[in-house]
Design a protein around this ligand. Structure first.
Ligand SMILES: Cc1ncc(COP(=O)(O)O)c(C=O)c1O
Length: 365
């Protein structure tokens, strides 16, 4: 089998082979610091979501900067994080089915694992598996706070589920989870809509407490709302994730974080004066949120993405592009782009500092 040699630290960025997923470490680290500071100032802790970054390397960096742990979406992602030395993880999706529940119970023996639950039968199945594995699984009752995805309604439905969880052996009722992910690209409605979502969560917290249960953890928030949500006194931790790299979708929302991840490509063909073809395609950049944007090459517009080719339309300013010239693209959606790459090439001041495996790539079970 042919072995692809990875570039050594110290390699100039322009000598990394393309297409390559490049992270500007200074920018990513500034994003981590800025988020951590704002959330702490708001009175909450950071528990960043790693479903986008999919790597214990980034999880550890965010913990080193002050995060109390991380979130992930799947048991497979949690397994990779535990293997990479991360010991405090909240799984923010419902874990259903005997095989996944057994794996959840197994990793809970090696780390502080919490999972969200919105169904009593699911809670009983996790309890049975934890007893069998001799482990304890922390549980947050998932509350629907207007996202209308998963979660029980605040008030009686959330409180009665909390009581069930609290009584089940092998489970530890830790509190509530509510994600206001519908607050996204809504301009002036951002603050009032976030507050309406928070009122739902506050009501749920008050109702569970009134039933005599302690609510130690209230997890909420994303990159579009962290500055509002972290100031809500009931909220103990913020689960934002996209701020780390800031893809095209998030950049449009004008949050104070910098795009830190690009796909570096090169020109492989110059068929006409106003057209250049790049060595990037659907197999190396996702377009589920639209085409990528060209960064740093004025006068070049990305017009077409096929399986192995990317087409640029060039005006006079970019018509000097030649075969082999490098072009950086900002993916519209980092999560689905990262999931098709094996490595991050982490660069500082134009020089490769380290190559990081996307260890959680494809771990969607
Ligand atoms: C449950 C949950 N929490 C937190 C996040 C992170 O939100 P963001 O990507 O806006 O930072 C997500 C992302 O989709 C999510 O699904």
């Amino acid at each position: 089998m042919a072995i692809e040699l990875l570039p050594e630290p110290g390699t100039a960025v322009e000598n990394i082979d393309t297409p390559a997923m490049i992270v500007d470490l200074d920018k990513a680290e500034a994003n981590i610091r800025d988020m951590q500071r704002t959330v702490e100032e708001g009175g909450a802790a950071m528990r960043p979501h790693t479903k986008t970054s999919k790597s214990p390397y980034w999880a550890q960096k965010m913990i080193d900067a002050g995060a109390i742990g991380v979130c992930c979406a799947k048991v497979g992602e949690a397994e990779v994080l535990v293997e990479g030395g991360i010991t405090d993880i909240l799984i923010t999706s419902q874990i259903v089915g005997a095989s996944k529940i057994a794996r959840l119970a197994a990793i809970s023996g090696n780390a502080n694992i919490r999972v969200v639950v919105d169904d009593p039968t699911n809670a009983r199945e996790i309890s049975d598996a934890a007893l069998l594995a001799g482990s304890v699984v922390g549980v947050l009752v998932d509350v629907n706070i207007r996202l209308n995805r998963c979660g029980v309604e605040p008030g009686e439905p959330a409180t009665s589920l909390a009581k069930i969880v609290d009584q089940l052996p092998g489970l530890r009722f830790d509190g509530l989870n509510g994600y206001e992910g519908h607050v996204y690209e809504i301009g002036d409605a951002r603050i009032p809509e976030t507050m309406e979502a928070m009122e739902k969560l506050q009501y749920a917290v008050a109702d569970v407490k009134a039933a005599g249960l302690p609510v130690r953890t209230v997890s909420a928030g994303g990159t579009s709302t962290y500055d509002i949500t972290s100031r809500v006194s009931e909220v103990t931790e913020i689960q934002a994730g996209s701020y780390l790299f800031m893809d095209g979708e998030y950049v449009d929302q004008k949050m104070p974080f910098q795009p830190a991840l690009t796909i570096m490509t090169q020109v492989i063909s110059r068929p006409t004066v106003d057209r250049a073809i790049l060595d990037v395609g659907l197999k190396s950049i996702a377009n589920d949120y639209g085409p990528p944007r060209v960064l740093g090459t004025d006068g070049a517009e990305f017009t077409k993405l096929s399986e192995e080719h990317g087409t640029l339309q060039l005006d006079e300013r970019a018509q000097g592009l030649e075969h082999g010239d490098l072009v950086h693209l900002l993916p519209s959606h980092a999560g689905t782009t990262i999931n098709i790459h094996d490595h991050y090439f982490c660069v500082r001041d134009g020089v490769l500092e380290n190559v990081v495996e996307v260890a959680g790539r494809g771990k969607f079970r």
